[in-house]
Design a protein around this ligand. Structure first.
Ligand SMILES: [Zn+2]
Length: 102
């Protein structure tokens, strides 16, 4: 569950989806307006999930698979990756750094 650290309101799927496609580090809570950031732990998980998705996207090409198998793996990987990213959301009230300034 993803809750705002200020007001405690649970973010719905649509709000988390909007945040996941945003390039901004922070996003105001849709309920109280307080800035919320993704935790560094979540961002590390997200990077790992994205890396695994890219690896799976190209997996069929190593086995000379048909386009239908490639398309099926692509669709399943994309859906599973997005599901995992949205459902493992963790919010924090301040920016907790990145690769260069943890
Ligand atoms: Zn809030």
């Amino acid at each position: 569950m993803t809750r705002c650290t200020n007001c405690g309101t649970q973010w719905i799927f649509k709000e988390k989806l909007r945040k996941s496609f945003s390039l901004d580090r922070g996003m105001p809570c849709p309920h109280c307006g307080e800035a919320q950031y993704l935790t560094w732990r979540y961002r590390k998980k997200s990077i790992l999930i994205t890396f695994l998705m890219i690896l799976l996207f190209f997996l069929p090409s190593f086995f000379n698979a048909s386009w239908s198998i490639f398309l099926a793996i692509f669709t399943i990987t994309l859906a599973a990756g997005l599901f995992l990213q949205i459902h493992t959301f963790e919010l924090i009230d301040k920016d907790d750094g990145d690769f260069w300034n943890v």
